[in-house]
Design a binder for this molecule. Structure first.
Ligand SMILES: Cc1ncc(COP(=O)(O)O)c(C=O)c1O
Length: 379
């Protein structure tokens, strides 16, 4: 038997209580049974997003939420600014271009975070930019962009929306949608929220709703105004993914019992222990600055293929982590500490990395990283 450990930056493990809640018989989404379920989910998401705005619940993966964030608020030809510091930044560009927007990019070298002053400069020079798109945690590089600082830049521009892909950052990082002037924030179920894939969440500010009034792009499945009207009645526009929403309420209950501050502190603690342990093994982190608390991207040592580390972790030891994407493929591997994650997930990952690297002929002192993690995780 090979026991499996899911330590990927999505999908992430689903807690037993959430799985059990989702085993309940199906209820009808237009019946009175469902109304309190959706009501609890929408209030719980507002708590998690730290917002008084609507948080729409969509039956799609996170990318569906990203698509809807483009086609509901903009018009063909609108100029927008995308911060492209990795695979998911690139995805914003591709979606915007697919809808005919005029995309300007700030290309950020992989492993670095965007400088908010650059964004400010761009916005001052290009008064016609209608939206700024960014990732909170760029999962492909393991970098966190400074959303608070970016929010305070974008909010100076009355005609510009601030759109944040928080799909991997939600729950791992403190993201204050209202206090930080985030107009649209996208989340997904299979990450920090500890659910199976299949839900996207999108918060929408009043500034963004005003823009939606003038957007003439085609909308059918992702029609946010219709979703908003339905949400007010504790409904969704189409058949609700009732099972996932029941699971969401259970996850939110777990997060609420822990408390937001403690949830963020746990992620920071696990991320920090992972980084320190990796360095104690003699490995380098891929981010040069601002590492994410959701996922740690680690440079494969000289002469070792990062994809082979990923493959060995999985095949020899049952640990599913992640490899690198695109230009980082082969150079890095990634370990998540996201959602239903605790001390022994870090210890497992670090022990596995040591064993894999030693098995591949890299000089590793077994236990060096584990001991570093243990020291920090006893605190
Ligand atoms: C930052 C980020 N954005 C977008 C996505 C895409 O989400 P999905 O695969 O749920 O569509 C992911 C998934 O890994 C992500 O990490």
């Amino acid at each position: 038997m090979l026991k499996r450990y899911l330590l990927a930056p999505g999908p992430t493990p689903v807690p037993p209580d959430v799985l059990l809640a989702m085993a309940a018989p199906i209820i009808h989404h237009r019946s009175a049974d469902f109304l309190p379920v959706l009501d609890a989910a929408k209030k719980g998401l507002q708590w998690l997003y730290q917002t008084r705005n609507d948080v729409l619940i969509l039956c799609s993966t996170g990318t569906g939420g990203m698509v809807g964030s483009v086609n509901n608020f903009f018009n063909k030809g609108d100029k927008v600014l995308v911060i492209n510091g990795g695979k998911f930044g690139e995805r914003w560009t591709k979606i915007c271009q697919a809808y005919g927007l005029d995309v300007e990019e700030i290309v950020v070298e992989w492993g670095y975070a965007v400088k908010p002053s650059l964004v400010e400069e761009k916005l001052k020079k290009n008064r016609d930019i209608k939206g700024v798109f960014v990732q909170a945690s760029e999962t492909s590089t393991g970098v966190y962009h400074d959303i608070q600082a970016l929010g305070s830049v974008v909010k100076q521009f009355d005609d510009t929306l601030f759109i944040v892909d928080a799909i991997s950052a939600l729950v791992a990082h403190d993201l204050k949608a209202d206090a930080w002037a985030i107009d649209i924030m996208v989340g997904g179920s299979q990450k920090g929220v500890m659910l199976p894939p299949g839900l996207a969440f999108v918060s929408v500010s009043e500034k963004a709703w005003a823009k939606a009034e003038t957007s003439t792009m085609p909308k059918f499945y992702f029609n946010f105004k219709k979703e908003r009207e339905n949400l007010a009645k504790n409904q969704t526009n189409f058949t609700s993914p009732v099972t996932l929403i029941i699971g969401l309420n259970e996850s939110l209950k777990m997060l609420q019992a822990e408390g937001l501050e403690k949830v963020f502190r746990r992620h920071e603690w696990l991320a920090n222990a992972t980084r320190k342990a990796v360095q104690a093994i003699g490995l380098e982190l891929y981010p040069r600055e601002s590492p994410s608390n959701a996922v740690t991207a680690i440079m494969a040592p000289q002469g070792i293929d990062g994809q082979a580390v990923y493959k060995n972790l999985r095949e020899k030891y049952g640990i599913t982590a992640a490899g690198g994407q695109d230009k980082a493929k082969g150079k890095i591997f990634r370990i998540a500490h996201l959602g239903y994650a605790d001390r022994f997930d870090v210890i497992t990952a670090i022990a596995g990395i040591e064993m894999v690297l030693k098995g591949m002929g890299h000089p590793v002192k077994l236990g060096a990283g584990v001991a570093a993690a243990q020291e920090l995780l006893m605190a």
